[in-house]
Write a protein that binds this ligand. Sequence first.
Ligand SMILES: C[S@@+](CC[C@H](N)C(=O)[O-])C[C@H]1O[C@@H](n2cnc3c(N)ncnc32)[C@H](O)[C@@H]1O
Length: 348
Amino acid sequence: MQRLIRISEVFAPLHEEILSRCGIRSAKRLGREYWLFSCDEAWDAAQHEASLWLRWNMRLDHAWPCVPEKTEDFIEKSAMALMRKFATAPLQQVMVGPLLSGSPHPLYKKMAAQLQQRLRMEFPLPCRDRDPELQDPEGLTMFVLLGKEGLFASVSTPRECGGFYAGGSKHISHRAAHSISRAGAKVAEALHFLRLHRPPLAESSQWLELGASPGGMTAELLERGFEVIAVDRAPMDARVASHPRLQSFAENARTFQPPRGTLYDALLCDMNGSAEESLEVVISKISCLRSGAIVVFTMKTHRAADLSEILALHQRVLRQAKIGGLVFLAQTHLTYNRNEFTLFWKVP
Ligand SMILES: C[S@@+](CC[C@H](N)C(=O)[O-])C[C@H]1O[C@@H](n2cnc3c(N)ncnc32)[C@H](O)[C@@H]1O
């Protein structure tokens, strides 16, 4: 069988090593971030620690290697082939995207939109116009990626592949009106990703945020209707500081005692410094979190010199969280993460 995986371009110097550590000996590169490789059925990303870098991981069910822009009636021929092949699949949605993410070639962006529209008309989808985020993470979706190397498709679940959109990324602008910094888009992306693993938090949820200044993430949480207790040694930006649903504390998060009597629904930690020290602070706050609360943690890796050190750090962080009483939910590398990863746990 063949699989299509994606690794962010920001890790370009590590690409070869990541592939090799995932047990992939030979792979064909597609676009800037995708690789196509052959493997046996038993290949399981989860068995390789370096799968931490895989943003998308899709079993390939149909491929048409060709040059779409030079292929007559490409959209129609692709649609017919996919309709024949997956005629009886109980699909919830069809998601088509370009192989080049970020700033895709306008032609492939347009072709992806046309093919998606064509396929959505043909398949008896329960809610073809519904927000892609409302897909069942465990339901069957047809994912199609296309680019100058051809068309690559699968019928899989969003959770198996690692996203609701083909290739995994939802475009989230960091220029929203309420935005204070790019970090706002990072938490928006993290919450989008988390839907693959659990239902979204209720609007009235209360967040404890450690390392909140200047408030990029805080602004995004407030925009979503959440209440936030923000802690940072540095001050909050004036644009959020007096928000009625925000209480901010200019303190060391290590010694900070949250107001008594509140059990929080979620904890967000974006503190800089050592990941293990930050996680220690997070664990010290577990008693302030309700059962089932989620923890969203940015694992900073800037002190790790190479891939082996990042992997070792990651393993230590996972162990530390488990011993500390957190239950692992998911992990990913987001578009707005540079050399860092976002990890999710829940409180039992
Ligand atoms: C990457 S910045 C956070 C950016 C922020 N999340 C945003 O969205 O704008 C890291 C922050 O962690 C804070 N920090 C690191 N260690 C801390 C500690 N022990 N107590 C309080 N704040 C801490 C720093 O002051 C810094 O503002």
